[in-house]
Write a protein that binds this ligand. Structure first.
Ligand SMILES: O=C(O)C1=C[C@@H](OP(=O)(O)O)[C@@H](O)[C@H](O)C1
Ligand SMILES: C=C(OP(=O)(O)O)C(=O)O
Length: 446
């Protein structure tokens, strides 16, 4: 949880001056875009991604796949509508160097792809990427036949010495620190000689919706995925070897990135509409409909999208966020403004996200006068009257949006390095001020 001295620019978070009435078009999902890119790159024929997210994490994925020889071209979709990427798979080649930035999806989903390449693929990234768990992917790939040189670190930086193919087969992993270990092995599984059977052996498994997203998206491109022992929640996934189809897919809006805008209606009152909210989705952000309703809002899925209405009165909540961990910073920010205490549970693994999110939220909310304590697996938040001050973000996009949420109700909040939102939502500051009808200084537009 270190502050990057290069990123000390301060952004005055605008106060909400009244009830909000806005429609906010949220760009594509990071998680869906990066899975779609990997699956298209591994397919046996070209495919299309329409309305992909263009942000740091997805452009890193594009750059990495291109470095291994995959063609990714700008274009319009086959029906002529919307911006799109055309992905043209090819024999994966090294040598190549891949910058993972601080993208969990890139650092975890691509080593299995690299194991299928011909030649060495070097992985490096931001300093924080060295600290994020990767051992589950490294150990599993070795067990499945890959050669990886990590100089004993069990983490980045490392080199995967791709042999052009991988045996695959059964493998056990402990994915309690990140569901992305499971997703990573499943996504490339159809291309392993024997497919893959992943058994999770740890006691907890976060972010199940993201694993369901992986399974659904694999099936949508023709892969066979079975969950043999799924009496309760699945902990074994079997992927049969086989060719993947090149599809034409439209990326759903990022529902986790819709969070700050929905939160704005909750805090300021009024209605925020998010067009194209999917009726059925594996995205964890869909849980916001229930969570933010319990916290005082109401919502309706209409032909315009999700219409979410708040009154300005916010209730505390006691909730297990283990399945939807990436929503925690935004929920914590709203909870700090509620009329009663909140307990957020099931998210110990957030200590190893972009930053230690439990420590960062505690410190930053408390520095504004709040009363947050860390628990073994989450946060207790007792709302207090907050005051202005600098809200540090630790290179974490969701810390920046959490600070902006608090700034709606608290005068004088300044977000350090709001540009870190570029990880998944590069236009956040402009989208935010447009929604509020204010300019950068928080003054009303004529
Ligand atoms: O697979 C994915 O796209 C993601 C899985 C989750 O990771 P963890 O299981 O590591 O929390 C989530 O927090 C992350 O933002 C995206
Ligand atoms: C945890 C997150 O990202 P990553 O994909 O880098 O794990 C996140 O976006 O909240």
């Amino acid at each position: 949880m270190t502050t990057n001295p290069a990123h000390t620019a301060l952004w005055p978070a605008p106060l909400a001056s009244g009830a909000i009435d806005a429609t906010v078009q949220v760009p594509g999902s990071k998680s869906v875009t990066n899975r779609a890119l990997v699956l298209a790159a591994l397919a046996a024929e070209p495919g299309w991604l329409r309305r992909p997210l263009r942000s740091r994490d997805t452009l890193l994925m594009v750059g990495a796949l291109r470095a291994m020889g995959v063609g990714i071209e700008e274009g319009v979709g086959p029906d002529g509508s919307g911006e799109a990427w055309r992905v043209i798979p090819s024999g994966l080649q090294g040598p190549a160097t891949i910058d993972v930035g601080n993208a969990g999806t890139v650092m975890r989903f691509l080593p299995p792809v690299a194991a299928l390449a011909d030649g060495p693929i070097r992985f490096d990234g931001d300093p924080r990427s060295y600290e994020r768990p990767l051992h589950g992917v490294i150990d599993a790939l070795r067990a499945l036949g890959a050669r990886i040189d990590d100089e004993g670190r069990g983490a980045l930086p490392l080199t995967v010495h791709g042999g052009g193919a991988l045996d695959g087969g059964p493998v056990e992993i402990d994915a309690s620190s990140s569901s992305q270990f499971v997703s990573a092995l499943l996504l490339s599984g159809p291309r392993f000689n024997q497919g893959v059977e992943v058994r999770h052996t740890g006691s907890t498994l976060p972010s199940m919706p993201h694993i369901r997203m992986t399974v659904d998206m694999l099936r949508a491109v023709g892969a066979q995925v079975d969950t043999p022992e799924s009496g309760g929640e699945a902990n074994v996934w079997r992927v049969t070897p086989g060719a993947l189809l090149g599809r034409d897919i439209t990326i759903e809006p990022d529902l986790s990135n819709a969070q700050p805008f929905l939160a704005a209606a909750l805090i300021a009152g009024g209605t925020v509409t998010i067009p194209d909210w999917p009726a059925h989705t594996t995205q964890p952000g869909d849980a916001l409909r229930e969570i933010f309703t319990e916290m005082g809002g109401s919502c309706e899925l209409t032909e315009n999208g999700l219409e979410f209405t708040g009154t300005g009165t916010i209730h505390g909540i006691d909730v297990d966020l283990g399945e939807v961990g990436e929503l925690t910073p935004g929920i914590a920010a709203v909870a700090a403004l509620a009329d009663g205490p909140s307990t957020l549970r099931g998210v110990a693994h957030l200590r190893l996200h972009e930053t230690d999110r439990l420590a960062a939220l505690t410190k930053e909310i408390n520095e504004l006068g709040g009363d947050v304590t860390e628990t073994a697996d989450g946060l207790h938040i007792r709302p207090r009257r907050l005051h202005g001050g600098i809200f540090h973000t630790y290179d974490d996009h969701r810390m920046a949006t959490a600070g902006a949420i608090i700034g709606l109700a608290v005068d004088g909040v300044q977000i350090e390095n709001v540009a870190t939102t570029a990880k998944t939502l590069p236009d956040f500051p402009e989208m935010w001020t447009t929604m509020l009808g204010t300019d950068r200084l928080g003054t009303d537009r004529p």
